[in-house]
Design a protein around this ligand. Structure first.
Ligand code: ADP
Ligand code: ZN
Length: 517
């Protein structure tokens, strides 16, 4: 039997079937239950509220933070014959008035609003005059201070449930670690929401990390192997995006740059040229990419280290959306860590420590000695049973040695500090440092003090990262980001379960660039 939802899918969007999770989500929303949807970019989130909006009588209000995106969505819907409109503060009073009148006249099925507009004076009383069938909160991770894209105005969205207790809410995001998920639920005051987590795995994306030396030459080598394939080079600074596109253009490539400092016009022109394959290479800051629907991006290069894994995963997720092989290549240099650290400590104090811990997880990824995909998925609370065979580590595993004794020293130090010490302090104790913090807490008196003097700070840092990545230790998101011992860690400590370590040598990270099959 063909359901009403399937008919709508076919009639307005031309698709024959729902993707596996879409069907469940839509069924849930149609029973008026709140839902949280975590689905990677390109997974098909929009359908999860657009279809129910069309099945049910009344209007669906979509909260979306990006005005440009809103316009595109409304245009695309209109092209499919769906009555949709958007309201935001950049429109004239007259335009806004006309749209409100159309909504009151039941001529609109989907109304997109910016959070500012939603919370503006008198807007709730306007909404109360409508028959709202659903609230959809797009980019819901913006509500969480744990997230990487916190927008303070989003926190006010909690008043939706207070003002409209009977209207179901669907919150959607492509990036949410476990804490953010919890935060979305609490902040939006969702009642027993159904939670849908579609796998974040993108097995077609090859993951490779290369040292940052000579990166421009490595990029041209890479381009030689991937002739004509469209891709994005993400850079930290606007200047870098410009100099890279200039250098590539001089070499005969069709390259352009994109950043928030360009005029809206220039940005739209370059973006379009890239979408239409008139430009092969886009060198850009993170300003580029949100909401861009280009399925044949074959590679994403990070010229600089991103600030955290959420951003990184979102950015590489713009590659290979058509499911065909794609490459994600990250250049890693310790200087980038230092630069980012400096930038982050200029921000608001309360956020700093968290951002620094997130940066450290990113650094761990770059310095990984075990399957990179496992590390990424683990970050989002997913476990990959087997190694992926599509990352540089899996293809070319580094030589390991028996690290059981090293691990036991570190674990024992963590235990003797009663699991109340962050990573840096554990290293200080292992190396017998006489730092103020060590002495103040009398950590120089514990048995493991100085037991790891023979190794450098950076060696210990790498080993502790490996222990975290392999699940022996875990970072608690408490005030100090203290290290805790996991059950696996206990087995290594108490029962001498063997544990392998890899000596990290930043200058020997080499791997042939993976050819696209
Ligand atoms: P997201 O918001 O999760 O990034 P979108 O909603 O933009 O993803 O959808 C990504 C692409 O997948 C769009 O081009 C959309 O038309 C397509 N799509 C969504 N659902 C289906 C489906 N059931 N069958 C085929 N294509 C679909
Ligand atoms: Zn792997």
């Amino acid at each position: 039997m063909i359901t009403a939802a399937q008919q709508i899918l076919k009639k307005y969007f031309g698709y024959d079937r729902f993707r596996p999770m879409q069907q469940d989500i839509i069924d849930t929303v149609l029973t008026n239950r709140d839902a949280i949807v975590l689905m990677p970019t390109g997974g098909g989130k929009s359908m999860c509220y657009q279809v129910p909006a069309l099945v049910m009588p009344g209007i669906c209000v979509v909260v979306s933070p990006l005005i440009a995106l809103m316009q595109d969505q409304v245009k695309a819907l209109a092209a499919n014959g769906v009555n949709a409109a958007f309201l935001n503060s950049t429109q004239t009073a007259e335009v806004q008035y006309n749209i409100e009148t159309a909504c009151l006249g039941r001529a609109i099925k989907l109304l997109y609003v910016s959070p500012e507009k939603l919370l503006s004076n008198g807007f709730f009383s306007f909404l109360k005059r409508l028959q709202i069938n659903l609230f959809a909160i797009d980019e819901a991770h913006c509500i969480s201070a744990w997230g990487h894209d916190f927008r303070p105005e989003y926190t006010q969205l909690r008043s939706l449930k207070e003002q409209f207790p009977t209207v179901p809410v669907i919150a959607l995001t492509a990036t949410a670690d476990r804490l953010t998920q919890k935060d979305i639920q609490e902040q939006l005051r969702l009642q027993d929401p159904a939670i849908f987590i579609s796998s974040f795995d993108r097995p077609n994306i090859n993951l490779t990390v290369l040292p940052g030396r000579n990166r421009f030459n490595r990029i041209t080598d890479f381009l030689d192997q991937h002739k004509g394939q469209p891709g994005i080079i993400y850079c930290l600074s606007r200047n870098t995006t410009e100099s890279i596109s200039q250098k590539l253009t001089a070499l005969g490539y069709k390259a352009a740059h994109y950043h928030a400092g360009l005029s809206a016009n220039a940005r739209a022109t370059t973006q379009n040229a890239f979408l239409k394959d008139n430009i092969q290479i886009m060198s850009a800051t993170i300003a580029f990419g949100m909401g861009i629907d280009k399925s044949n991006v074959r590679w994403v290069i990070h010229y600089n280290l991103p600030k955290n894994i959420e951003s990184y995963y979102q950015e590489i997720g713009r590659g290979g959306r058509d499911g065909a092989p794609a490459n994600a290549l990250l250049f890693y240099s310790y200087v980038d860590v230092l630069n980012l650290r400096k930038m982050l400590t200029e921000g608001e104090k309360k956020q700093q420590d968290l951002q620094l811990v997130k940066l450290e997880r990113m650094q761990q990824y770059a310095e990984a000695t075990s399957c990179r995909r496992k590390i990424l998925l683990n970050y989002f609370g997913e476990t990959l049973k087997k190694s992926c065979n599509n990352c540089d580590i899996c293809r070319n595993p580094p030589a390991s040695f028996d690290g059981t004794v090293h691990a036991q020293k570190a674990l024992s130090a963590v235990a003797r500090m009663l699991e109340k010490a962050p990573l840096g302090l554990v290293i200080d104790v292992l190396r017998g440092s006489r730092s103020q913090q060590v002495l103040e807490k009398n950590f120089d008196r514990i048995k493991t003090y100085g037991a790891g003097r023979d190794l450098s700070y950076h060696d210990w840092q790498s080993y502790l990262h490996q222990m975290i990545n392999q699940g022996l230790l875990e970072i608690a998101y408490d005030d100090a980001y203290t290290l805790k011992i996991t059950p696996t860690g206990k087995e290594v400590l108490m029962q001498s379960k063997p544990f392998a370590l890899v000596k990290f040598e930043p200058n020997t990270v080499t791997e042939e660039l993976a050819p696209v099959k």
